[in-house]
Write a protein that binds this ligand. Structure first.
Ligand SMILES: Cc1cc2nc3c(=O)[nH]c(=O)nc-3n(C[C@H](O)[C@H](O)[C@H](O)COP(=O)(O)O)c2cc1C
Length: 152
């Protein structure tokens, strides 16, 4: 939804796509989107970043992190990792979503609550894209205060 709102012509790839490396090489602005897992970047994404370290130098990056509960610096974790490889981090967006932890009953919400969460996330995406197009890129999860929140 973010990509469609931002620019319908944009290309979207899974990190497992055979063409993703060439697509990254050919573009200066990259948007990452991933679910926070154990308060950090999923292992498969961290490995993708580190196995292709040379790709990130001078890239401009916006980070979208989805989460089930709370992650103070969900977008910041990947932001810091990419900054170390030479990328410039433009900003971040946090989206609370229905949780995907199948076996944790305490986290389960009723369907209506999940529908409401998705609706809120959609509205937040639309608002974020409007702000970005007006030159005010949100920086959720990026910076010292978010890093502190991340420890909780
Ligand atoms: C293994 C695992 C670990 C997770 N750890 C966290 C966490 O530390 N904090 C959090 O807020 N959500 C956590 N979640 C919830 C996911 O971030 C959330 O369900 C996801 O962002 C929803 O997007 P998805 O349906 O695309 O996976 C975890 C989910 C899984 C499967």
């Amino acid at each position: 939804m973010f990509y469609k709102e931002y620019d319908k012509e944009v290309q979207v790839f899974s990190t497992e796509d055979d063409n993703v490396i060439n697509a990254v090489k050919a573009n200066d602005l990259i948007v990452f989107a991933y679910p926070v897992q154990y308060s950090t970047v999923p292992k498969i994404l961290r490995e993708f970043i580190m196995d292709n370290k040379e790709l990130w130098e001078n890239k401009q990056v916006f980070v979208i992190a989805t989460m089930g509960l709370f992650s103070g610096d969900g977008a910041g974790v990947l932001g810091r990792l990419l900054r170390k490889q030479g990328a410039e981090i433009l900003g971040g967006l946090h989206l609370k979503m229905p949780d995907s932890i199948g076996d944790e009953k305490v986290l389960k919400r009723p369907l209506e609550k999940n529908v409401e969460l998705v609706k809120r996330a959609e509205n937040k995406i639309k608002k974020t894209v409007r702000l970005m197009k007006a030159g005010k890129t949100p920086k959720e999860g990026i910076g010292f205060l978010y890093r502190l929140a991340g420890f909780f």
